[in-house]
Design a protein around this ligand. Structure first.
Ligand SMILES: [Zn+2]
Ligand SMILES: [Zn+2]
Length: 260
């Protein structure tokens, strides 16, 4: 409801409510089912991003994951890979594996017209992990930044909108303290072993973080090289700790076709 944004706050809300009664909004994920009857709290869903009941069921039914690295291996505090590789973050909050309808939704969310899909994915992420994210005691939500020229070409950054949605639902501020120093090659153009070097030193933090705990948000985690480079930059700027929250994690690196 783009025009409603130009009305003063209350009027926009009432206009949107009236139109929703006339035309119940469709689920932004599947575009088939009406979102009415969604098991997600409608009042808490961000900007029209209320998924229908079947989508909530399907996209929230993930395998057991390591709570540290997010890999599809059941372990709350760390798995054998974590013990060896030690992720640069403390905890990983993952909605699901990168595949099927979640992959389709993530790809649609990257389009300039994908705002409602992004809002629905933020809603699902918070529906699933909101309590744990709140318990992590974060001070702010930080999006993984996209280089400005790539952002302008695409018109929207899914990570940025996602961070805004998650922050709004949890009641935390968004802080865009991370910037890209330089444009990097798309990670999906590179073999896994070259990805860390591609993003190493690519990020800059605008100000000292003085012990702030951070929820770092991106749409997809593939090898985790981008998130790790962001975590190192945040730690160097004085972050007290970083947890990562992503919509989808590629469970077999290399098979993925997109990674910011
Ligand atoms: Zn749906
Ligand atoms: Zn692990």
């Amino acid at each position: 409801m783009a025009w409603a944004r130009f009305l003063p706050g209350d009027a926009a809300g009432w206009a949107a409510t009236g139109l929703d009664l006339l035309f119940p909004p469709q689920c932004p994920i599947c575009r088939r089912e009406p979102a009415a009857g969604s098991p997600v709290d409608g009042a808490a869903a961000s900007r029209g991003g209320l998924p229908c009941a079947p989508c909530v069921r399907e996209l929230s039914a993930d395998v057991g994951r390591c709570g540290r690295c997010g890999a599809a291996r059941g372990s709350a505090s760390g798995c054998r890979v974590c013990r060896r590789l030690r992720p640069a973050w403390d905890r990983a909050f993952v909605l699901g594996g990168y595949g099927g309808p979640l992959r389709e939704a993530v790809l649609r969310a990257k389009h300039p017209t994908g705002a409602r899909v992004v809002a629905a994915l933020a809603t699902l992420l918070v529906h699933r992990h909101g309590a744990a994210i709140r318990a992590a005691g974060a001070d702010c939500v930080v999006p993984v930044p996209m280089h400005w020229w790539r952002r302008s070409l695409r018109g929207a950054s899914a990570a940025d909108d996602l961070a805004g949605g998650v922050a709004g639902l949890i009641g935390l501020p968004v802080s865009r303290v991370l910037t890209r120093r330089r444009a990097t090659r798309m990670q999906n153009e590179l073999p896994a072993e070259e990805r860390p070097r591609n993003v190493d030193g690519a990020f800059h933090v605008r100000r000292r973080l003085r012990g702030a705990r951070i929820i770092l948000v991106d749409d997809v985690m593939t090898t985790g090289a981008t998130l790790a480079a962001c975590c190192r930059a945040l730690a160097a700027a004085g972050a007290g700790g970083v947890d990562v929250a992503v919509v989808a994690r590629a469970d077999s690196p290399g098979s993925i076709d997109d990674d910011a």
